[in-house]
Design a protein around this ligand. Structure first.
Ligand SMILES: Cc1cc2nc3c(=O)[nH]c(=O)nc-3n(C[C@H](O)[C@H](O)[C@H](O)COP(=O)(O)OP(=O)(O)OC[C@H]3O[C@@H](n4cnc5c(N)ncnc54)[C@H](O)[C@@H]3O)c2cc1C
Length: 384
């Protein structure tokens, strides 16, 4: 699948400029990804078996999509996140329903961020739930057909709900739009007055924050970001070559460092994909490893942006150029929650476990490897 999606990358890259300029949702891209099965569950998430080949295949898919267009990667990543949470916490019937809806063309969002002035409240009335309040930073707002929401009940418990969309919610643009990731169409959604069935409730109170799923899932965002980094370096090299600047030793030194950043991120993404998706590993080790990887990939992307901008100069700030857009998208996308906490958690854990390593999370496991589904196996060789 990732091999096929790699073939879509030039088309996605060519369309990315207009989608960004017009803040237009990448509906055609999502359609093509759906057509090759990329929106269906890729990993054996429901039975929670270790499957390294499938984890690498998912990483390759996300890298490819991020390489084509970071906004598309963000939308796909949220959809996959919702599927994983339903697989993890849903009843058999909820899982079947969601899988069937995906086969029928559903696109799921994941809206969990509360506005500063209050979150989403849920009140049960028999087998119905009434919602009051809004979510902010909602990607695919107005385009997703269903979403996972977090909401508080009157006792203060935090629940997950998987709800259909088009139930009377109001979608509005953010009061101040994001400067990057414009094609992800990230808005605000008010659910006040909407009613859903009680069987939309997923799992138990507090499940959304339960580890390792809460933190370890961040690896998929890192994989998408790596795709953006790969595209950035590719575009920079092409532009420097066209300008006859690649022979300069100063440029070579900077691009050498950019290649190191890219390859560092690539190693980390493979490590965190395997660690995060291996249910046999120790929870804290898994979380600490993914946390380190998230910050390592963020650092690699920030380093590469600085090096590319320094090498290309003002050209890299020309609106409409791929380098300008990817830097703007990456800089925005890298702003994920609580990076300080993520790093200090990992620092504390690794300090307390001097014999542990991030790689060790992968190497030390004794669980047998299972093979990827046949359709995925050929693409797992490289995260590119
Ligand atoms: C492109 C894009 C799409 C998104 N789409 C969605 C979506 O579909 N659904 C959704 O729910 N959300 C979405 N989000 C929002 C996302 O989930 C996070 O809410 C957001 O990225 C958090 O970013 P932040 O920089 O404000 O994080 P923060 O956690 O506020 O971090 C900002 C800084 O403050 C520090 N910090 C955090 N807490 C404290 C504290 N208590 N005291 C001191 N310092 C602190 C952090 O370490 C960091 O340095 C999206 C975000 C982006 C960028």
């Amino acid at each position: 699948m990732a091999g096929y999606v790699a073939g879509l990358v030039p088309w996605m890259q060519q369309r990315a400029e207009v989608l960004d300029r017009e803040s237009r949702f990448p509906a055609a891209e999502i359609d093509r990804l759906r057509a090759v099965g990329a929106l269906e569950p890729v990993l054996p998430v429901r039975d929670r078996q270790r499957n390294d080949a499938a984890a690498e295949a998912l990483a390759s898919l996300l890298v490819q999509v991020g390489r084509g267009n970071l906004s598309v990667g963000r939308v796909l990543e949220a959809h996959i996140n919702t599927l994983h949470l339903v697989a993890r916490y849903g009843t058999p019937s909820q899982w079947q329903t969601v899988c069937q809806s995906v086969r029928d063309g559903a696109l799921y969002a994941l809206w969990v961020t509360d506005p500063p002035d209050g979150g989403l409240l849920m009140q049960r009335h028999g087998d119905r739930i009434r919602l009051t309040g809004a979510k902010q930073f909602c990607s695919a707002a107005g385009f997703a057909t269903g979403t996972l929401l977090t909401a508080h009940d009157p006792e203060g418990n935090r629940w997950m709900l998987v709800v259909p969309l088009g139930i009377g919610e109001t979608v509005t643009p953010l009061p101040a739009p994001l400067s990057g990731m414009r094609a992800a169409v990230t808005g605000a959604v008010d659910f006040t007055g909407c009613e859903v069935s009680a069987d939309t409730v997923l799992g138990q109170p507090g499940d959304y924050l339960r580890e390792p799923d809460f933190s370890a899932g961040a690896w998929r965002g890192s994989a998408v970001a790596l795709g953006g980094l790969v595209a950035l370096v590719d575009h920079a090299v092409a532009q420097l070559r066209n300008a006859g600047r690649l022979d300069s030793p100063h440029t070579q030194a900077r691009m050498g460092e950019a290649f190191i950043a890219r390859e560092t991120a690539r190693h980390w993404v493979r490590t965190v994909a395997l660690a995060a998706e291996d249910p046999t590993l120790d929870t804290e080790h898994r979380v600490a490893t993914v946390n380190l990887g998230r910050i390592a990939v963020e650092t690699a992307c920030l380093d590469a942006m600085r090096l590319v901008q320094r090498s290309l100069g003002l050209t890299s700030f020309r609106q409409g150029s791929p380098v300008e857009r990817i830097c703007r998208d990456l800089a925005t996308y890298l702003r994920q929650p609580a990076p300080d906490d993520v790093l200090t958690y990992a620092a504390r854990w690794f300090a307390e476990h001097p014999d542990a390593s991030a790689d060790g999370a992968v190497r030390n496991t004794s669980a047998p490897e299972t093979s990827a589904p046949e359709t995925l196996a050929p693409e797992t060789a490289a995260l590119r």
